[in-house]
Design a protein around this ligand. Sequence first.
Ligand code: ZN
Length: 257
Amino acid sequence: MFDSHCHLQDRRIVDSVDDIISKARRAGVDGFLCCGTTENDWADVAKIGAIHSGAICAFGIHPWYVDEVSDGWDDVLKKYIADDNRAAIGEIGLDNTVKPRNDNRQIDIFVRQLEIADELKRPVSIHCRRAWESILKILKARGGLRYGGAIHSYSGPAELVDELQKLGCHISFSGSIINDKNKRAAESLKKVSPNRLLVETDSPDILPPNIPGPTNEPANLQLIINKIAEITEKAPEEITSLTRENGMRLFINPARQ
Ligand SMILES: [Zn+2]
């Protein structure tokens, strides 16, 4: 299984990352996209990627932390990406639930990271909350994602799935789809092309229901796959191989090796 979005460097779990990855492997999860969120965690992401071969690094500024960047943050980001030919860019994006709103700042930092992705030919992992109109506008103006990417933990309307796919996006679902009240995610899932579907835990966040916490981990990915299989009326094994192939094709592009 391929976990297309997690944060193994998160302070809450980083000290037990070796155990978490061993447990994940025993559960059948052998690939992870480990996403940075601020300049402060990029070194830990790089370290995890260097030690664990299944962990693909992503470096980026998350929309919640755009006000904390240093001068020259984009040069530092480029260096991290250039030093690792497998690295993606993420977690980046727009979040209109942030208070106070800092939309322009978020857009500037997001667009700069999309430019770097094109320049260094890398895929991206995108966070979007209640900012669908802006995301679409930005992606359209750029002619889509040249090297692809994923909308992580998809929470947008089902009607946008096709448009996002045409702009080069894969659509990734997290444990929030396990909640039966989340009809919107189930409807969106049915619109996703099989070759654009991804799964993720967003560990250590989004703990699935009835799992002892307090933190989520990649070993729980099977639960999300099972739910997706139930909604799409496919076998879990089919969802496993499909999402693994999609994740590997997007994030472990042989052309970059
Ligand atoms: Zn995340």
